[in-house]
Design a binder for this molecule. Structure first.
Ligand code: NAD
Ligand code: DAU
Length: 331
């Protein structure tokens, strides 16, 4: 099977490529990645001999047409992915997440190629902290940020291309991922690398916002399950019942580092900060038989800390510039 992975040099995409090379010896993997600040060749170094990395944008019509024409399946991870950046400058989010997805859809329509679109639970907006409800595939779209609204728009494009043009596509909307190779701008790696440097974690606002954490390998196993067994045109929610508020996550990290429970700082909150995400993954579990393997969050976090300790050369070059950017918003 010839697999084209867009955004395969980013966090989830690189883990997906590594997992695919490990578990699917017959897969021929090509990565299309623009190598933005979030993409890193080094994330694919361990599989470089088995993977073709093409540096280019998913908005490049001719390039996308050629690569899609040479593939059996496209797994579309490429995106601008960070909410804070989308508040600073939404423009690349519109280009990559909307125009880029449109460009890929036109190519898969032309070549009749199977397409899997990676999306986020943030398209559903947020839930109240005291609401027992979770997101389901029937929850109305209600995105809050420039990032999540462009992801919601890209999902709707995929749905329209399925219905109007018969494109063979599936969509997955996943909750917050953690694990190796995640950029230091994101919550968990930012706090881990602060703690490695002897600094204090930085908590937005009161820290009561809830995220539904899933290990990146569980996310990617679910993606392959959907490609193998999913129904065309269907949306699958991916989540591992990992709800925790940000304060709890910081306290767990502090404990794993042997630091005091209040050894952190409250900083300026994110404007429009979504309160709570929670995924009901019943369809994926019951219809396709997927189940997460990383069920102990603390163990997964400890393994992630070990990875950041052992791979300082991978994250160190991005750390200072990331913190300088946060300093401008007091975060
Ligand atoms: P990331 O920011 O770590 O990686 C994104 C990758 O896309 C980078 O390698 C970047 O270079 C590449 N890219 C950006 N613009 C491009 C363009 N125009 N053309 C080609 N490549 C481009 O993101 P991530 O956290 O790995 O997220 C991957 C996907 O998963 C995204 O679609 C995101 O919306 C979705 N998602 C992420 C999470 C999460 O917790 N991180 C959860 C659910 C869904
Ligand atoms: O839910 C899925 C989404 O999860 C993905 O679609 C996004 O691509 C991914 O970035 C993530 O979005 P979040 O905005 O939830 O992730 P982030 O890591 O930026 O923040 C997680 C929570 O931690 C959020 O409530 C904000 C808070 N936070 C973040 C940072 C960077 C802090 O309290 N301190 C911080 O320093």
């Amino acid at each position: 099977m010839r697999v084209l992975v867009t955004g395969g040099a980013g966090f989830i995409g690189a883990n997906f490529v590594q997992q695919t090379v490990r578990e699917r010896p017959d897969a021929e993997v090509t990565v299309l990645d623009a190598l933005t600040y979030a993409g890193d060749r080094g994330s694919l170094a361990s599989v470089a001999e088995r993977v073709t990395l093409v540096e280019g944008s998913i908005t490049d019509v001719a390039l996308v047409d050629r690569l899609v024409g040479e593939s059996d399946v496209v797994v579309h991870f490429a995106a601008e992915s960070h909410n804070d950046n989308s508040l600073d400058d939404p423009s690349p989010f519109v280009q990559t997440n909307l125009v880029g997805t449109f460009t890929l859809l036109e190519a898969v329509r032309k070549h009749g190629t199977r397409f899997h679109h990676i999306s986020t639970d943030e398209v559903y907006g947020d839930l109240e902290l005291d609401d027992p409800a979770k997101f389901t595939p029937e929850t109305p779209y209600n995105p809050s940020s420039p990032y999540s609204s462009t992801k919601a728009g890209s999902d709707l494009l995929v749905r329209a291309w399925v219905r109007s043009f018969g494109v063979a596509a599936t969509i997955s909307n996943c909750s917050n991922n953690y694990g190796p190779y995640q950029h230091v701008e994101k919550f968990i790696p930012r706090q881990i690398t602060n703690l490695i440097d002897g600094l204090r974690p930085r908590l937005y606002g009161a820290g009561l916002n809830v995220r539904d954490w899933i290990h990146v390998e569980d996310h990617n196993a679910a993606v392959w399950t959907i490609i193998d067994k999913g129904r065309i045109g269907e949306t699958y929610l991916i989540g591992a019942d990992g709800e925790r508020n940000n304060l709890e996550v910081v306290r767990t990290l502090l404990e794993l580092f042997g630091r005091e429970p209040d050894d952190f700082d409250h900083v300026a909150d994110r404007p429009g900060h979504d309160l709570r995400y929670a995924i009901d993954a019943t369809r994926l579990r019951d219809e396709l038989g997927w189940a997460p393997r990383y069920t102990e969050f603390k163990d997964g976090l400890a393994a992630t800390i070990d990875w950041y300790r052992a791979n300082e050369a991978w994250w160190r070059p991005a750390k200072a510039a990331t913190e300088a950017k946060y300093a401008r918003t007091g975060q």
